[in-house]
Ligand binder design. Sequence first.
Ligand SMILES: *Cc1c(COP(=O)(O)O)cnc(C)c1O
Length: 409
Amino acid sequence: MRIPIYMDNHATTPVDARVLEAMLPYLTDKFGNAASRNHSFGWEAEAAVDEARGQIARLVNASPKEIIFTSGATESDNLAIKGVAEFYKDKGKHIITCVTEHRAVLDSCKVLERRGYEVTYLPVDRYGFVDPEQLREAITDSTVLISIMAANNEIGTIHPIKEIGRVAKERGVLFHCDATQGVGKVPVDVEEMGIDLLSMSAHKLYGPKGVGALYVRLKRPRVRLSPIIDGGGHENGMRSGTLNVPGVVGLGKACQIAGEELGQEAVRLTQLRERLKEGIMNRLSEVYVNGHPTQRLPGNMNISFAYVEGESLLMGLKEIALSSGSACTSASLEPSHVLRAIGVKEDLAHTSLRFGLGRFNTEEEVDYTVRRVAEEVSRLRKLSPLYAMAKAGSQKGQERELKAQSESA
Ligand SMILES: *Cc1c(COP(=O)(O)O)cnc(C)c1O
């Protein structure tokens, strides 16, 4: 087993060796610009891009023409939300999203609010689910877009996407899904789920960083977008800029592998996740799982360890790469907006760790992590006056109860 252990696969994933191998020729000999129409270098690059479009489309049951390449899911989210909002502004200026979305979605919506749009942020229940009925009630005649993620990047909750898609269709509202954590991990089918726009990112599914895609439905209905980047008119005019050919090839290969291995990988990761959870729960008291017990990403576990500061815990576990809250928010000391939204109390929200298991994690690494987490939590609790007080309190309570029992007996 190699130290340090990487267990932060929601932040990013390592590049699969097969993906790197597919990319390498496009960083060396096959360096052509996919937009060069006049020579074989360009044709070669274009053919590679076309193949990648096909591989990506197959994974989500789309058509290759519906795949627009971007620099990652942040850009895909921005393009979907701002692009639809701008194009359909005469139809209406209301957007519906949810409080636990990724910053890329929330911040795009915030910008639109400043530009005169109205945004409804749906609440979630204690597991992090949006309620399709509540969504239905929030739709008005001026709603032009619903943006709900497939799976949450902090607590792993998988939303009822098919039901959300059905509600959107019923009311003729476009449905954007940030499926960055879902694609390649759980089945995603844009037809079956009624998705009109879908964001994904290569580096969350064992591809390279800085490349992603936006699926944009072409038929029933044809979705229109105003571009947010102007230039040479690449990608049907929706996203100008010379394509990152090696990156695009990597995203395509990553999607092909995911399509072939998703089923067995999900089973393996679910087993590892349960092993991790049970190992920790068996060794420690006062630990709480955040999110749904089963309706979550196979590789996701999010746990609050009462009486232990998440940051201090991470400091003590330097040889294991984990995250407290989301990687995007751990720069600030605010508790995670997702944990807050599912009703985790402020003190417990500060004690949470996110475990992100991925393709290259092993049982041995999970067992080591369980042992080290248990050691560190116990060590920190011994130093915590709050924990000592709580334990003394509960001991007193138990003594009182025993006394009451023996007196009544
Ligand atoms: C990582 C992530 C993003 C951002 O993707 P980048 O490609 O890093 O810009 C957006 N949404 C979700 C749900 C993510 O997990």
